[in-house]
Design a protein around this ligand. Structure first.
Ligand code: URQ
Ligand code: ZN
Ligand code: ZN
Length: 480
């Protein structure tokens, strides 16, 4: 089965040129002028459109058990919705409960993800520490293609990692050649501020941002950056939402420290007025952490992307329907934190970024796909239009438009934070591993077609590792 994408303009993170693209056996087989169509080829007419690497969303939580419930979007519906929006790969999270063995959690999540329709990988969260965690991190890097470990600095009395966990885990990541990542909010401060806000009689969603002001995020981002600095390890800060954490990243990068920042499509275009809406479902539907911020923070995030101090965009796709959010109708701290976005990220960022001149089409590709592939060491298999790369592509119609709504989206949630937003620039076709899976508004997906993507460690001190006792330990284990 082959697909010939004809007449389009190829747009990568680095260049723009007119060329046909031939996909065969799941890979990009040829790129060039007037490619002859093989007899079995499906022809995609890309005239007047852009042919770009499929989006990679480095931050999703499909079917996450969290705050007493389970996210409504699973790996089948969530990856399907991603394909409808031009996203062809996700990096999700394995999040062990405290004291849950990392390997046990990893295999559990791998089982859940088998129904995915597009490719996926996992960051693994370090939510506690002992010698077994140290060991499991090594096994995950060496034998299961994990090269990034997440740390939630928020969520006290749940999955919060304190400084002892951060320091031990960052040290281990450095040994293994893996990337530590952080959800940077000071969980102790959040906990205290939540109690203060509630004691003032504020129980509605308007209390959520009051308990997590930007300074609470900025402190944690800077603390994680300084710990990474001392431990001599790179750092990736997820969902940077405010100036305070962006400034900490910018300062570190200007000092030559290897720190990367991610921002969410939602944080780029939605402000904190949503929490003051009188309708509980509307306001609670926007409860996520870090919260949506006031306008000046959005402008800062766009400058961060333009200036290269933020490298990637994501969604933190973590869906809870109205009946789940209602758990917090009398106490905002009990509203499950999370919002959707996987289907809308690409179009929202194109419309708000490229159509306004903030980003060039090449920069759009960089921040929605290629930079994530490079940072997490899967480039050019992913995030590239090169012969031999996976044939994950999106044919982008810059003149097409749609109005975003929960009524019409493919996401398994009864709410959409971008409700009513009309975007210009949408995917007319999505190709996943060389198959047309989205065309003319129709999904054609196959449950379980998604593949787990191994991500190799960075240059680690393998010699030292090889000499260490560990290399005698592992039995023959299958690759991830
Ligand atoms: O904190 C996260 O990233 C997860 C639990 C999703 N929820 C959220 O509010 N961001
Ligand atoms: Zn988070
Ligand atoms: Zn998240």
């Amino acid at each position: 089965m082959s697909v010939l994408i004809r007449g389009g303009t190829v747009v990568t993170a680095d260049e723009t040129y007119r060329a046909d693209v031939l996909c065969q056996d799941g890979k990009i087989a040829a790129i060039g002028d007037n490619i002859e169509a093989p007899p079995d080829a499906r022809i995609v007419d890309a005239g007047g459109q852009y042919v770009m690497p499929g989006g990679i969303d480095p931050h999703t939580h499909m079917q996450l058990p969290f705050m007493g419930t389970v996210a409504s979007e699973d790996f089948y519906t969530g990856t399907s919705a991603g394909l409808a929006g031009g996203t062809t790969m996700i990096i999700d999270f394995v999040i062990p409960a405290p004291k849950e063995p990392l390997m046990e959690a990893y295999h559990k999540w791998r089982g859940w993800a088998e129904k995915a329709v597009s490719d996926y990988s996992f960051h693994v969260a370090v939510t506690w520490w002992d010698e077994s965690v140290h060991e499991d991190m090594g096994v995950l890097v060496r034998d299961y293609g994990v090269n990034s470990f997440k740390h939630f600095m928020a969520y006290k009395n749940a999955i919060m990692a304190d400084d002892e966990v951060l320091v031990n885990s960052f040290q281990r990541a450095m040994e293994l050649g893996a990337m530590p990542t952080v959800h940077a909010e000071n969980g102790e401060l959040v906990y205290q501020l939540q109690k203060q806000v509630l004691s003032q009689g504020i129980t509605g969603p308007e209390g959520h941002p009051l308990s997590r002001p930007p300074v609470v995020e900025g402190e944690a981002a800077n603390r994680a950056i300084q710990i990474a600095n001392v431990m001599n390890v790179p750092l990736y800060v997820v969902h940077v939402s405010c100036k305070e954490s962006l400034d900490a990243i910018t300062r570190a990068r200007s000092n030559g420290q290897r720190v990367y920042g991610e921002c969410l499509a939602g944080h780029l275009v939605i402000d904190d007025s949503v929490y003051r809406h009188k309708d509980f479902k509307f306001a609670a539907g926007h409860v996520m952490s870090p919260p949506f911020r006031s306008r000046e923070h959005q402008d800062a995030l766009w400058r961060g992307l333009q200036g290269g101090n933020l490298q990637t965009t994501a969604t933190d796709h973590c869906c809870f329907c109205a009946d789940q959010k209602a758990a917090g109708k009398d106490d905002f701290t009990k509203i499950p934190n999370g919002t959707a976005g996987i289907e809308d990220r690409m179009a929202v960022i194109w419309d708000a970024g490229v159509n306004t001149g903030k980003l060039t089409p090449n920069e759009f590709v960089a921040v929605t796909s290629t930079n994530t592939a490079r940072i997490f060491n899967i480039y050019p298999q992913k995030g590239a239009i090169k012969v031999g790369a996976d044939a994950d592509l999106v044919v982008w119609d810059p003149e097409g438009s749609r109005t975003i709504s929960a009524e019409t989206h493919h996401q398994n949630i009864d709410f959409n934070i971008f409700e009513g937003r009309t975007v210009k620039g949408i995917p007319s076709h999505t190709i996943s591993r060389g198959k047309v899976v989205w065309a003319d508004g129709e999904l054609t997906v196959e449950r379980g077609a998604g593949r787990y993507i191994n991500r190799q460690p960075y240059a680690a001190d393998f010699e030292a590792l090889a000499r260490s006792k560990e290399y005698n330990a592992p039995q023959a284990v299958k690759r991830g």
